[in-house]
Write a protein that binds this ligand. Structure first.
Ligand code: ZN
Ligand code: ZN
Length: 299
């Protein structure tokens, strides 16, 4: 029943097709900053390369895609024998490629995300498997393993000449959203928390609009120069302020409509139409799901 509700939430975003037909993880990379590369796709996968060790952020969906990501990481830094893997959140296209990574890969993620994984990880894998034959094939035999390291709020990994700070700032798209901040590059691997021209979406029992805003406030304090989101194009540090503005905008408008007694469905339509006018170049301005979250949060 719960999975069904989530599936409906996904379908409402009209992006269920994107989840059913995800492109395979590619072999080519785009350089984001001195030490950070990305395999652009769904999701974008980040690879942070130091002189001694490499960190991969996110896996792609299923073993085959995870193996591709690991192979690309090895090709970028053939002499690095230590491979770290972390995940932006527990959803299958971000985390369920782990079995494709070589044995000896050090899997690390924040405690909240691991709790969500234990609670809902398998349920999500089953849901994704049922979306298409391709997903079913990719996810066949995937077993989620326990991480080697978990941390409550922050962990720093020294990769040799570059440090990756893995940070949990609070709940947003999920409860366990993880941010990776790479220094000295000042590159933020932002997961779903900061996106580019993309509607925010709170999944299942994830965060709330106000907890998401609080997270973005903390992210602003990092003063990122480059941002690599997981489902949209990379950009500069201004994406952080843009995310804050977008969420505030939706929230303010939705709250005003709620106060006027407008139904949540009508408010979703009105806010989406307003956003379309404000951002005619954005691929999708359907804010209905987020407006629902605003209505649900406020009495
Ligand atoms: Zn997600
Ligand atoms: Zn995703």
């Amino acid at each position: 029943m719960k999975s069904y509700a989530k599936l409906v939430a996904l379908a409402a975003l009209t992006s269920v097709g994107a989840f059913a037909q995800m492109p395979l993880v590619k072999e080519d990379t785009t350089q984001i900053s001195e030490h950070v590369w990305a395999i652009m796709g769904f999701p974008n996968i980040a690879i942070v390369v130091g002189s001694r060790a490499t960190l991969v952020v996110d896996t792609g969906l299923g073993t085959k895609n995870g193996a591709t990501a690991a192979r690309v990481a090895a090709k970028l830094a053939p002499n690095n024998h230590t491979l770290f893997l972390t995940t932006t959140h527990f959803h299958p296209e971000h985390a369920a490629g782990e079995p494709g990574f070589p044995s000896g890969t050090l899997l690390i993620r924040n405690t909240r995300q691991q709790e969500e994984m234990q609670k809902h990880g398998q349920e999500m894998i089953d849901m994704f498997s049922n979306m298409s034959p391709q997903n079913k094939e990719l996810l066949a035999g995937v077993v989620l393993r326990a991480p080697d390291v978990t941390f409550p709020a922050e962990a720093s990994i020294d990769l040799g000449g570059v440090t990756a700070r893995l940070i949990w700032f609070g709940e947003a798209h999920t409860k366990g959203d993880e941010l990776t901040f790479v220094e000295p590059d000042r590159t933020l691997i932002s997961g779903d928390v900061v996106q580019n021209k993309t509607m925010p979406m709170i999944f299942g029992d994830g965060g709330t609009p106000s907890s998401w805003l609080a997270v973005v406030d903390k992210v602003a304090g990092l003063n990122a120069a480059h941002v690599l989101p997981d489902h949209s194009a990379p950009g500069d540090g201004s994406l952080v302020a843009q995310e804050h503005e977008l969420i505030s905008e939706i929230r303010t408008r939705a709250l005003a409509l709620k106060r006027q007694g407008v139904s949540v469905d009508d408010a979703g339509k009105a806010v989406s139409a307003d956003l379309k006018k404000l951002h005619p170049d954005w691929p999708n301005t359907n804010a209905a799901a987020f407006v629902k979250s605003v209505y649900a949060e406020t009495p």
